[in-house]
Design a protein around this ligand. Structure first.
Ligand SMILES: Cc1cc2nc3c(=O)[nH]c(=O)nc-3n(C[C@H](O)[C@H](O)[C@H](O)COP(=O)(O)OP(=O)(O)OC[C@H]3O[C@@H](n4cnc5c(N)ncnc54)[C@H](O)[C@@H]3O)c2cc1C
Length: 502
């Protein structure tokens, strides 16, 4: 389908029939109108996202290992799997670099002192990372056709029934919805398959030869588990759902990358762009003591705590609701919080599996106001960049927050009400060491759901903390390692790894 494969058309997919489109609950400190897009497409959200492709910082993964009880997911263990990811990832091709964005990169560097980085991933993985930097993104796409390089095109297209390397052991059930996990009749915690509804509306049970691997994402994996009786006992029973295994952590730790928006009217919109958000900026703005980690204070000080995307479209849905105009030509800087301190909760609204779950992100409800502080810094820095050549020559006027919003309190109020999401929900089936932590859902040693047999989770729901960067490549690296763990256990051999020095 062109609209899916053509990366530049990603915005058309938001809210379309290919989007499950989840609302959030009332957000007293933030914006209650945020909708979370989730792809109804093979390849998941990599088939409708912007394919900005960052490897995680080593520090992100070492925090998983040392702060969150996941020793086998440290940088040393996981980064080599990033080298194996099949997506075609490269910095935005030079012929597609839009001159307004080039000027923005130059102005951002002058205004903030952040160095221009040519290849973010090379810098992160092979050159020791960075605490600040600005440049064109690494994106997974074909620069000649503009087509996506997604989990679907890179891993599945070739081996699908009509692909050149068709695999007889791959069976795809498209447009088939998993309603519930099916367990063994004799062994009530041994997963044997899933009960599904097919495209034709038929109910079927798909039986697993070895194990059931849940990879429905951070919203639908916990939803499926809760409807299967795996979750907090009292909550399930209050809805009339029998509890098979009391797992109080299912649906907890709902995390995200919240963002806000600075928007200006610009003189024109140059056409050349890969997907309207081709560059970004990273900065460190607060001391690392503002973050709550008990370990790695010095290491964390070396990575950014503020990220910006730049959008060359009027990203105006939230600002328009607040009364701001929607200019025809616009540029938006969207500061976001790489390590948000808010932890929300996903729960079921009812026992009806068709009803969407409740997503309470608790945006900006963190005890010390860390998240709001990061966004206030972000809006102030956006203003500085907008007054710096050569970018300032493109700006006609600031639209939002606008000249009436000046004090930190006013900026905070605006930034929270206009807040949006970078669409990175995660964490709702957190992995860790079960013996040390009652809220762990997935055992970090083998990705099995605690207390069950034959049931594995492999998607963004298992992340204890989001990486500082956009998370897709981290999800894929986790999946690459999970494949090895499972193959090793089942057949006694994992694939050879690329070498990786500590
Ligand atoms: C609009 C948008 C833009 C984004 N941009 C970027 C970006 O540029 N860079 C980046 O790194 N990240 C980006 N992300 C985030 C990134 O895409 C996700 O973090 C990542 O795809 C999560 O992978 P996942 O495997 O956990 O889940 P998903 O990608 O959500 O995959 C889950 C799959 O399971 C299917 N599914 C769900 N429930 C069921 C069920 N019950 N039965 C059958 N199938 C089911 C879904 O249809 C989907 O195909 C973006 C996300 C969105 C929505």
């Amino acid at each position: 389908m062109d609209v899916v494969l053509d990366l530049s058309r990603w915005l058309e997919l938001l809210g379309s029939e290919l989007d499950y489109d989840y609302p959030t609950t009332e957000q007293p400190m933030g914006n209650s109108h945020i909708r979370h897009s989730r792809a109804r497409v093979l390849g998941g959200c990599s088939s409708h996202n912007t394919l900005i492709s960052f490897r995680p910082f080593n520090e992100d993964l070492d925090l998983w290992a040392r702060e969150f009880g996941c020793p086998s997911w440290s940088a040393h263990r996981l980064q080599p799997y990033g080298d194996r990811i099949k997506l075609n990832t490269l910095p935005v091709a030079h012929q597609q670099r839009n001159h307004v964005v080039k000027d923005w990169v130059a102005a951002s560097s002058s205004a903030t002192g952040a160095p221009v980085i040519d290849d973010f991933n090379a810098q992160i993985v092979h050159r020791g990372g960075f605490s600040s930097g600005v440049g064109f993104f690494n994106i997974s796409y074909d620069p000649h056709t503009g087509q996506r390089s997604s989990a679907s095109t890179a891993y599945l297209h070739d081996i699908m029934p009509h692909g050149p390397h068709r695999r007889n052991n791959l069976h795809l059930f498209l447009e088939t919805w998993a309603n519930r996990i099916v367990f063994d009749e004799q062994e009530p915690l041994h997963a044997r398959g899933v009960a599904v509804t097919t495209r034709a509306g038929l109910s079927k049970t798909l039986t697993a030869r070895r194990e059931v691997i849940l990879c429905a994402g951070a919203i639908d994996t916990p939803r499926l588990m809760l409807h299967s009786g795996l979750g907090p006992r009292a909550e399930l029973e209050a809805l009339g759902l029998p509890c098979r295994k009391d797992l109080p952590g299912v649906g907890e730790n709902l995390i995200d990358h919240p963002e806000s928006i600075w928007m200006a009217e610009t003189r024109d919109t140059p056409p050349e762009t890969v997907m309207s958000s081709d560059a970004g900026l990273f900065l460190r703005v607060l001391p690392s003591s503002a973050e709550p980690w008990t370990v790695m204070k010095e290491e964390i000080a070396r990575i950014p705590d503020l990220m910006f995307h730049i959008y060359q479209v009027p990203f105006a849905d939230n600002t328009e609701r607040m009364g701001y105009p929607r200019p025809q030509n616009a540029i938006c800087m969207t500061p976001n919080i790489p390590r948000s301190q808010c932890k929300g909760k996903l729960s079921l609204a009812s026992a009806d599996p068709a009803e969407k779950p409740l997503l309470n992100f608790r945006y900006f409800e963190d005890a010390h106001g860390y998240d709001a502080r990061i966004l206030v810094e972000g809006i102030k820095i956006a203003r500085r960049i907008a007054q710096t050549s050569p970018f300032k020559e493109h700006v006609v006027r600031e639209i939002a927050p606008g000249p009436n919003v000046q004090t930190d309190e006013e900026i905070s109020e605006y930034a929270r009400r206009a807040a949006h999401t970078v669409y990175h929900p995660a964490g709702t089936c957190r992995m860790g060491t079960p013996a040390d932590d009652a809220l762990v859902v997935v055992d970090e040693r083998d990705l099995r759901v605690v207390g069950t047999r034959g049931l594995v989770v492999c998607d963004a729901s298992l992340m204890p903390l989001l990486p500082t960067v956009n998370p897709m490549l981290t999800v894929l690296a986790v999946a690459e390692r999970a494949a090895d763990l499972l193959a090793d256990e089942a057949y006694g051999h994992a694939r050879e790894l690329p070498s990786w020095s500590e």
